[in-house]
Design a binder for this molecule. Structure first.
Ligand code: CA
Length: 423
């Protein structure tokens, strides 16, 4: 595979953020890059928000605001890195405080290339105050930005830093059919699923969690609309007990559902295990788990058939690598959870490019990019160079090309950020 990348100087000059010191020659910068001295000078957190036209929901809540939480790490080399923290709505404001007032003072002045050292320094200082949830979501955005910086400093895409690409294209599945408080939801789901299929996606995912009877009606409506030759996944966002989820899962098997996502609460490890034993369809989960230690118990316990790590929550790219190794050691397939702005989508394209086939074969099952098809301006309009996922899916048989720009290739339009930023 031939993939062009720009040189170090080009990537530095293209970095959005602090302008390089005019006394600092390109040669001098390259040398400092070679010596690994790119000091972090500032860390900013941007919470973007706007009102949705229509309320959207999942089994836990309905919401009317679209939120994105971006992290900007500036350096003295003129390279700026971008990351994203999982957690919408009011959670984003709590995470912004953690990024700017807890994590930033720990690491401003450190070498941005020391990602592993920084991760452990921050985690060790946060451990006594939260080993899961918001502190780790906040660390995730910072770590992702440091990988962006490392790629830009070396002039290579992040997947190259991760060891290279196993594929040139990634199949995408369309996620949509979120819950709405409408009487004609089944008709709406039928129409929306047809639109996702017509858009070129080879698989799709819908929300459930309105009670088993209503869920089955919704899945029947979608299956009837899209036919039998397309993979369909369902996501309950842990709305059920195991006792409720087993008969529901049997009905979903009848409807040819490929995976049943988050059927029960993430803490209910025994429930997950029982479902894997009782049902033939795949049990998926993991988006609400954090760090290698959380995933160790989920994976070693054989709690899921398909693992869904969320890089913007679990601890960033550095920690994702450890989780991936654990999954591979136990032969648990990985299909990343993807949610949020174009920064999160772009980050996942690198991870999916660098995801080995496992167990490995001449014609291996390919990983999939989860792609939200519900309205989101932070996904479609944020970047200087848009990812053009919808266009690619339509033009290339439901697949997306891996990125080739240095770093993550997700530099936002700063004017767009300014317009939507709320404090
Ligand atoms: Ca989910």
């Amino acid at each position: 595979m031939e993939i062009q990348t720009s040189d170090v100087t080009g990537s530095v000059m293209n970095g959005a953020g602090v302008a390089p010191d005019t006394n600092d020659s390109a040669q001098g910068r390259s040398l400092r890059v070679a010596l690994g001295k790119i000091r972090i000078t500032a860390i900013k957190s941007h919470v973007l928000q706007y009102d949705l036209d229509d309320e959207l929901g999942y089994s836990q809540q309905y919401y009317t605001k679209r939120t994105a939480h971006l992290v900007e790490v500036q350096t003295d080399a003129g390279i700026t890195g971008w990351g994203e923290c999982f957690g919408g709505g009011a959670i984003a404001f709590a995470n912004k405080t953690i990024v700017e007032r807890v994590i930033a003072p720990m690491i401003v002045g450190d070498d941005a290339l020391d990602r592993e050292v920084i991760w452990h320094k921050v985690y060790n200082l946060l451990r006594d105050h939260g080993q899961k949830g918001m502190p780790i979501q906040s660390l995730s955005g910072v770590d992702i930005a440091l990988w962006d910086i490392a790629g830009k400093a070396q002039g290579v895409p992040v997947w190259k830093l991760l060891g290279g690409a196993f594929r040139e294209r990634i199949p995408a599945y369309g996620y949509g059919m979120m819950l709405q408080r409408k009487d004609d939801l089944a008709e709406r789901f039928a129409a929306e699923s047809a639109r996702i299929k017509d858009a070129g996606f080879g698989a799709m995912k819908m929300k459930i969690g309105l009670g088993p009877k209503r869920d089955i009606q919704l899945v029947e409506a979608v299956r009837k609309s899209i036919g039998d030759d397309i993979d369909l996944m369902v996501d309950a966002n842990h709305a059920y007990t195991t006792r409720e989820a087993i008969p529901l899962g049997r009905a979903l098997e009848e409807l040819g559902v490929y995976w049943f996502e988050e059927p029960v609460a993430p803490e209910d490890r025994q429930g997950y295990r029982d479902l894997c034993t009782a049902l033939d369809l795949n049990i998926a989960g993991g988006e609400a788990e954090f760090t290698r230690w959380g995933f160790r118990d989920l994976i070693e316990g054989r709690c899921v058939d398909i693992l869904q790590p969320e890089v913007c929550a679990l601890g960033g790219i550095s920690e994702y690598q450890k989780v991936l190794a654990l999954a591979q050691a136990h032969f648990v397939p990985v299909v990343n959870h993807v949610w949020g702005s174009a920064v999160a989508v772009g980050t996942n394209l690198h991870l999916l490019a660098a995801l080995p086939d496992f167990p490995g074969a001449a014609h291996p099952v390919q990983p999939m990019l989860e792609y939200d098809t519900t309205p989101n301006r932070f996904r479609e309009e944020l970047l200087q160079e848009p990812l053009r996922i919808n266009e690619q899916v339509a033009e290339n048989g439901g697949t997306v090309a891996i990125p080739t720009a240095p770093g993550l290739g997700v530099d936002p339009d700063l004017k767009f950020i300014k317009h939507f930023e709320v404090n």
